[in-house]
Every structure is written in structure tokens, then in C-alpha cells.
Design a protein. Structure first.
Length: 462
């Protein structure tokens, strides 16, 4: 149904367009009409004549327009612990950093979220998520601080409210004071969902239930977390099959691999997505495909921690929903999702499928529609189609970094990170010429440095 003529319209034209719809429709030169917070029309050539109440026309000559990027896995708090434990595998890295992470507070969480969101937003991310699972005793309203930062930035956001109840005394990795009780974690998660989750079509804030990982949570928290999420009607997220050490640990403790363990606790399903999934055998992939369980593929972090190469081509061919994730910036110091398009393509070509593993359009799909699928929002974001929400990006491809690449999609995936001339969320522009419109980048940088130094001092004092 067409929007009323009184609704304000924005017209973007003279640009290449990659819609990432079901047919991968593309236009060498086309237009996009936004009415309010939704896409009203899209097509080849010039925009329709006679449009009413057009408040802005954008001549996007020299640009590629795509759906906004969707980040499916992150840990914002790690923004203030970047560059540490740079030569560690996952378990050793966690052991090295948990003593620091366990001392974060509300002020640190807010500033770290601002830094993480700023870096992603200025690089084309329009929908972000944060898996926050460290809630030290007496640390303040961490969830509220993170959600507030996303609202201020103007980014669409999912908070995966994480939790841990298995500390060092129980055979886990986090310090005892950094975990919650099982009952406390479930109660706090339910409170967060009821306070912040918006189930509407154009929701800007959603909440998922997200116990951290098999080796930092009890089986009871995992099972009751699944029951809680399904009772509340929200999605579920956790880490899974990230390293060979995790797989060995699951076999030793539970007598089965991670995927079978997750299925036994109610953690496979179309309302579930998991981060990493690097060490998956054929049976694991079949189980994910059968249940439509989603995967957040984090190629840079997997390489940084020497975790391995996820079998993304096999997952896609089996029908597993797959999106891209930055992961925490203590294991991906750049914090940018648009570089993950390129890294996903290149790293997967080092695997068994070699040059046929992924192509440029598959990589773009992972970062847009695939991410929307994984977050349960494919009906309203992730592709440029009439009726969907107006989340889109204008990538400048006529500059020195891209002008000699004829194919626009190849330019932004294979080429250098393309400049973002404009980024829109819900029909509202949040980035102009690679600069945030609703945040002071210099202030964020100063605050992040100060909080990183304060956290280091507190950690050193023990």
C-alpha cells in the first residue's frame, strides 16, 4: 500500500543499486524512493514523476547503494581492552583477559559501546548487536548503558543479554565475583526483555536471551534460558563450536559434541543463532540446516585467535542461515563489519572449496540479508524492497580506491573499504561523508582512552 502523499519523501537517484533481494536484482543506474521510514519504490532509471512532498533529492552519481550492513555478533565492552593478549588462542586469551573484563562498570560499558557503535556505523552498519555477558557485582546498569548508546547513535540494535554462572570454583574461566547465580541471571534477563524489547515491525531495540558459552554456564542456565526465551517470544544466542579445545571439553564433560549438547538443552531452532561454529562436521551442519539454526560468521576473529576456518560454503549449500559478525574488538581490533565482507570471501577461499567457496555477491548477502535472517528480521531489513524499512548505505566508488573496478559489488567487496557518503536508518541519515551525525567522534575517542586507562589501573591494583 502506497504511503499517504503527506508523508515526507527522499529520492536517491543516478546510482548503481544492489538490492540483495531473492533474485539478487541489480540496477546499473537506478533510484530509491523513501517515504517516512520505509522504502516506497525502487527501480531502474529515473524516479517516478509527480512524487509529492519530496523534501530531499540526492544525486548519487558515482555511488553504489546497498542495504545497510547487519552485524550479528559483537562484545562492545572489549573496545577498551583492544591490543592485549595478541598471541593467544581462545582459552588462553580468555584466561588472560577475564581478570580485566571482570572489573568493568557502567561508565566503561557506555563509553565502550559508543566506540564500538561509532566504528561500525561510520562503516555502513545500520543494525548492530551486542552480546554482553559480563555483569560484575555492583557494576551498575550495564544493559541500560549499552542500549542508551545505541539509541543516541541512531542505530537499530539487538542486545543479546548474556550471562555466566560457572566461575573458576566450578571449573569455568571467569573469576567468582564476575558471574551471576543461575536464578539471578534468569531474573535479570527477563527484566531486561520486559523493559527494553520491542516486537514491532520497525523496532529500534530488541533483546535476545544469550547465556555465554558451554564452558562458562551451567546446563541448568542453558535449559532454563531456552524456556525463558520461548515463553517471552524472543530470540536466543550463544557461542558454539568455536575451537577444537571447546569440542574436546564438551566431550569430556557431557559425553557429546557441542551441537548434540545444544540440541539436548533446547538450543537448536529457527529462533536461535550461534557465534563462530568453526568446528562443525557434516552431522552438525545437517542439524543446523534441519532446525534452521543461524550462524554468526566472524572471519577476522577466528583468524586472530587461530580458531580455524568455518565451513561457510557447506552451511550455505545446506540451507543454514549465515550472517557476519565483527566479534569483540579484543579479538578484532578494527571493529569494522565492512572489512568482514572481504575477509569472509578471502579466508573461505583458503578452505576446501578454494576459489569457488564464496563470490562477491554471496559475501554482500552474508553482511546484509543473511544477517537479517539470523536476527529474525528478514521481513523488514536486509534487502532493498518496497515496504521494507529504509536502512541503506551510499558507498562512494568513483574515487581512487575503486574507480577502475567496473563491477560495483566487486569494488566494495574485493577492493579497499569504500567510503560511506551517507547511511540511513529508519529513513533518518546517521552518517555523512564518513562522519557520524549524532555523535562526537573525537570525544568518544578521548573518553574511550580514559576509560581504558582507568580499567587498566583498577586491574593492576587487583
Amino acid at each position: 500500500m502506497a504511503a499517504p502523499s503527506s508523508v515526507e519523501r527522499i529520492v536517491v537517484e543516478n546510482c548503481a543499486i544492489a538490492t540483495v533481494d531473492a533474485n539478487d536484482t541489480e540496477y546499473a543506474t537506478g533510484y530509491l524512493v523513501v517515504a517516512g521510514n520505509k522504502i516506497e519504490s525502487i527501480g531502474a532509471g529515473k524516479a517516478p514523476e509527480g512524487l509529492e512532498n519530496v523534501v530531499r533529492r540526492i544525486d548519487a552519481t558515482g555511488h553504489l547503494v546497498t542495504p545497510g550492513l547487519v552485524n550479528t555478533h559483537h562484545h562492545f565492552y572489549q573496545w577498551i581492552t583492544r591490543g592485549l593478549a595478541t598471541d593467544h588462542n581462545l582459552f588462553n586469551w580468555l584466561v588472560a583477559l577475564y581478570p580485566t573484563w571482570s572489573r568493568i562498570d557502567e561508565s566503561m560499558a557506555r563509553v565502550a559501546a559508543q566506540g564500538s557503535l561509532a566504528m561500525m556505523a561510520r562503516g555502513g552498519v545500520t543494525t548492530a548487536m551486542d552480546h554482553h555477558y559480563v555483569y560484575p557485582q555492583g557494576s551498575g546498569d550495564l544493559s541500560g548503558a549499552i542500549i542508551g548508546a545505541a539509541k543516541d547513535m541512531g542505530v537499530r540494535f539487538t542486545l543479546a543479554r548474556g550471562s555466566m554462572d560457572r566461575s573458576v570454583k566450578d571449573g569455568g574461566l571467569p573469576p567468582d565475583f564476575a558471574v551471576e547465580t543461575t536464578e539471578g541471571a534468569l531474573a535479570a534477563t527477563e527484566e531486561t526483555v520486559k523493559k527494553h524489547h520491542d516486537a514491532s515491525f520497525d523496532a529500534m531495540t530488541q533483546v535476545a536471551v544469550a547465556p555465554c558459552s558451554p564452558f562458562s554456564i551451567s546446563t541448568e542456565l542453558l535449559k532454563q534460558g531456552a524456556e525463558l526465551a520461548r515463553r517471552l517470544g524472543v530470540r536466543m544466542h550463544t557461542h558454539g563450536s568455536e575451537t577444537v579445545e571447546e569440542e574436546k571439553w564438551c566431550h569430556e564433560l557431557f559425553g557429546m559434541g557441542p551441537t548434540d549438547y545444544f540440541e539436548s538443552t533446547g538450543w537448536l531452532g529457527e529462533d536461535v543463532w550461534m557465534a563462530h561454529c568453526v568446528h562443525m562436521n557434516d552431522s552438525d551442519i545437517e542439524a543446523f540446516a534441519r532446525t534452521k539454526t543461524g550462524v554468526a560468521h566472524c572471519p577476522s576473529s577466528n583468524a586472530r585467535l587461530a580458531a580455524g576456518i568455518a565451513r561457510v560454503p557447506d552451511m550455505l549449500r545446506a540451507g543454514v542461515p549465515v550472517g557476519l559478525g565483527v566479534d569483540g574488538t579484543a579479538s578484532n581490533e578494527s571493529g569494522e563489519l565492512h572489512t568482514e565482507l572481504r575477509n569472509a570471501l578471502l579466508i573461505n577461499r583458503l578452505g576446501a572449496h578454494r576459489e569457488s567457496a564464496l563470490n562477491a555477491r554471496q559475501a554482500l548477502r552474508l553482511g546484509t540479508y543473511g544477517g537479517a535472517q539470523v536476527l529474525g528480521r528478514a521481513d523488514n531489513i536486509g534487502s532493498l524492497e518496497a515496504g521494507k524499512l529504509a536502512d541503506f548505505v551510499l558507498w562512494k566508488i568513483d574515487g581512487i580506491g575503486h574507480s577502475s573496478i567496473a563491477d560495483p559489488v566487486t569494488a566494495i567487496v574485493f577492493g579497499a573499504a569504500a567510503p560511506v557518503t551517507a547511511s540511513f536508518v529508519n529513513g533518518k541519515q546517521i552518517v555523512e561523508n564518513n562522519r557520524l551525525l549524532f555523535a562526537d567522534e573525537e570525544a568518544i575517542a578521548r573518553d574511550a582512552r580514559a576509560e581504558a586507562q582507568r580499567l587498566a589501573r583498577i586491574t593492576a591494583q587487583g
